[in-house]
Design a protein around this ligand. Structure first.
Ligand SMILES: [Zn+2]
Length: 94
């Protein structure tokens, strides 16, 4: 979460983290905190850019699927880097 915040800050997008202390297990607790931390853009006009940046950053952080996929809704053929169908917006089934 801190990493994401710094990535956004580098792009000049001010964000704050809600529930920053809930990133893991507190001492003695066996279950994660109820509310996960959330990133909030300070300025509403930054929201779309921030959301896009967080998404690409998260995608870079995990192994990339290399298989093209076919949208189950509209049948569009999509490149592996897309998480949603660009044609109809249907999310990729993982
Ligand atoms: Zn589609």
């Amino acid at each position: 979460m801190e990493y994401l915040r710094s990535v956004l800050a580098e792009r000049g997008i001010a964000v704050f983290v809600r529930n920053p202390t809930n990133t893991g297990l507190a001492a003695g607790e066996l279950t994660p905190a109820v509310s996960p931390p959330e990133l909030w853009a300070m300025a509403e006009e930054d929201y779309a850019a921030a959301e896009r940046l967080v998404k690409t950053t998260l995608e870079e952080m995990r192994p990339i699927s290399t298989d093209p996929w076919v949208c189950p809704k509209c049948g569009e053929h999509l490149e592996p880097q897309f998480e949603v169908c660009w044609k109809c917006g249907h999310p990729r089934d993982m």
